[in-house]
Structures are given as structure tokens and as C-alpha cells.
Ligand binder design. Structure first.
Ligand code: PNS
Length: 162
């Protein structure tokens, strides 16, 4: 059985993430979407909240499971028999960081490959940070956020301390 892991902060999950999940789920027997800690970011939602949000948003995908992990991705992949890390690649800025992470993860776990799916053109410049910025100032997020998490997101961002 080919199992892939799609790691990320997902704070919150966007339509760009969901598009990568739907495409990756067709390529593997099982896809684990794993919420992880990025020490460079201060999250709006807890790991558990993000995990619950992704579960709601991916309920229509039968081979997708959702998890969270506080630790190294390479170790998680080994523990869960994942052969491949899935990452979405947007416009140029992602490449260098992702290339470095792929090399590190392969060094830590030589059995592990990274596979990059290019973002669809409408999501090329989308990021959770941009969604938070737009949400903070009251922009319409319909094209960017899954409907299942819209109310929860708007409530949290509007009540966020400046
Ligand atoms: O959505 P993001 O913030 O770009 O995701 C980054 C993430 C969470 C996948 C990355 O920071 C990560 O893999 N964190 C877990 C710790 C780890 O394994 N780091 C890479 C090797 S130093």
C-alpha cells in the first residue's frame, strides 16, 4: 500500500491546500494530512482545531485521514510507513525553502521522497497568511476558504488581538 503524507501548518486550510489534497489522494492508496508545527509561525488555531477543520473539509475523500504531530516530519513518515511527502509549490518563492526541506528530510530518512504538485493558477499566490490578512480587514474570502470553516475563521480573526 502506497501511503503519502501531506504536512503543513494549515492555519487555516485554504482552497489551495484542498486542491493539492484532492489531486494527491488520486495518486496514492492513502493520504495522511498532518498538521505540524512551524516554529517560524504563531498560529491562529490550535493543532487540534486545525485537525478538526481539515477533517470536516476532507470528509468527501475516503482515502484521506487527518492527524497532527509535534515533532520531526521524517520520523512521523517512518512511523506511519509513508513513502512520499507531498508539498504544494506556488510561484517562485516556495522553491528554495522546499528544496532545502526535501534534502533534510531525505537525509533524516533516506527511504523518503518528496513530491511537489504545482498549485493551480487561481491558487498560485494564495497563502494562509494572505487569507488571515484579508480576513482581518473584512475582505470576501469565498474564493479562498472552504465553506465548512468560513464562520469559524471569520469569528476567530475578527476577535484576534491586534
Ligand atoms: O505550511 P508550512 O508552515 O509551510 O509547513 C511547514 C512544516 C510544518 C511542514 C515544516 O515546518 C515541518 O516539517 N515541521 C516539522 C518539523 C520538521 O520536520 N522540520 C523539517 C526538518 S528541520
Amino acid at each position: 500500500m502506497k501511503i503519502a503524507v501531506y504536512p503543513g501548518s494549515f492555519d487555516p486550510i485554504t482552497n489551495g491546500h484542498l486542491n493539492i489534497i484532492e489531486r494527491a489522494a488520486k495518486l496514492f492508496d492513502r493520504l495522511i494530512v498532518c498538521v505540524m508545527v512551524n516554529h517560524d509561525k504563531k498560529p491562529l488555531f490550535s493543532l487540534q482545531e486545525r485537525e478538526d477543520q481539515i477533517r470536516r473539509v476532507t470528509a468527501h475523500l475516503s482515502n484521506v485521514t487527518v492527524d497532527s504531530h509535534f515533532g520531526l516530519l521524517a520520523a512521523y513518515a517512518k512511523e506511519h510507513n509513508c513513502c512520499t511527502i507531498i508539498k504544494g509549490l506556488r510561484a517562485g518563492s516556495d522553491f528554495e525553502k522546499e528544496f532545502q526541506m526535501a534534502m533534510i528530510n531525505r537525509k533524516l530518512n533516506p527511504e523518503l521522497d518528496s513530491m511537489f504538485l504545482t498549485a493551480e493558477h487561481q491558487f498560485m499566490y494564495l497563502s494562509s497568511s494572505a487569507v488571515k490578512e484579508m480576513g482581518y480587514y473584512g475582505a470576501d474570502l469565498e474564493d479562498f476558504l472552504p465553506a465548512e470553516i468560513m464562520d469559524e475563521f471569520i469569528h476567530r480573526i475578527r476577535n484576534k488581538e491586534a
